[in-house]
Write a protein that binds this ligand. Sequence first.
Ligand code: ACO
Length: 324
Amino acid sequence: SIAAVISGLGASLPERVVSNEDLAASLDTSDAWIRSRTGIVRRRMVEPGTSTGDLAVAAGRAALSSAGSSADFVLLATTPDQPCPATAPQVAHRLGLEGVPVLDVSAVCSGFGYALALARALVASGACSRPLVIGAETYTSIVNQLDRDTAVIFGDGAGAVLLHEGDSTEPGAIHALDLGSDGAGSGLIEIAAGGSRCPRTGGALSCEQRYFRMRGREVYGQAVRRMATSVRTVLARAGWSNQSIRAFIGHQANQRILDAVSDRLGVETNYRFGNIAEVGNTAAASIPLAMADTTARRLVRPGARTILMAFGGGLTWGSVALSW
Ligand code: ACO
C-alpha cells in the first residue's frame, strides 16, 4: 500500500563547540553536575548573525542532495527567526523551491514528530508527494546564558528529512503515529513575551518574560510517563512488539529521561541511539540530528523497526513508527 517514505537525510551543526567546562567558567555549575544530571558533555553554538533559518537551509540542502531530489512542500519545525512572518517561506526560497507551499510547525521539542506526521498526512491525501521536513533551532539565542537552569541544557542545530510517496514495504516507510497534547502544562516550558498576552510593544520586559524558561523538575516526570505511553500506543498501532524495536531514538532532552523510558519499555541498550552528549538538547532539531548521527555511524540496518519519540513544550508529544 501507499506510504510516506523517508528517502533523504541531512544535518547542520554550527562549528563552535562549547564544553561544560566553558560554561562552568562563567556559571555556577560544573562538568560533573551537567554530565550526571543530563548526559550532556558539549553543545554547538551559532556565531552572532547566524539564524535558525540559516541552519534550516543547510540541513534542508543536505537532505535534498542526499536524496538527489527536489521537494514540493516544506514543513519547518522551529522556534522561528521572528514572530511574523513564518520562517519556512524564506527557507524554501533559499533552497530554490520557488512557489511551494510551506508551514512553520510550532510544537517546541515535539515539532519534528508533528511535522513528520503532517507530512505523512499530506502525502496520503495527495496534497504533495515529496515533502521536506526540517527541524531547526538556535536555543542559545532565546535562552538566558546567565540562567544555569537552561543555559547548560540547550544547543543549536538543524536536521531534515525528505519524504516521498512510496510503498509500505520500502525501507523508510512510516507505519504508525501517535500525537497528543496537554495545555494544562503550557506554563512549564515557555517564552512569556512576544505575543498578545505580553506584547513586545507593551513597555519594559523582565528577563523572566523575555527568555525561554523551563520548570525542569516538574516536566521530568511527565516526560517519562507521556513518552512511554505514547510509544506503547504507536507500537500497538503498528502491530509491533517492544522486543522487535531495532532503533529507538527519543528527543534528546536528558539522558536520564531517555534511559528511564527505554528501561520501562524494555528496549535493549544496543538499540538505543542518540547524541545528546555531543549536541545537548536541540529541541525540534534533536531527532533528525540523532538520526543523522546514527546513520553516519552505520548503526542501523536498512528496514530496521524504528521508533522516534518526542516530548516538549505545550505540553506536546508524539511518536512515529517507521521501518528505517
Ligand atoms: N548546575 C549545578 N547545579 C544546578 C544546575 C546547574 N546547571 N541547575 C540546577 N542545579 C541545582 C538545583 O539548584 C538543585 O539544587 P538543590 O537540590 O540545592 O535545590 C539541584 O541542582 C537539583 O536540581 P533539579 O532541578 O531537581 O535537577 P534535575 O535532576 O531535575 O535536573 C533538569 C534538571 C536537567 C532540567 C531535568 O529536570 C530535566 O531534564 N527535566 C526535563 C526536561 C524536559 O524533558 N523538557 C521537555 C523537553 S525540552 C523542550 O520542550 C524545550
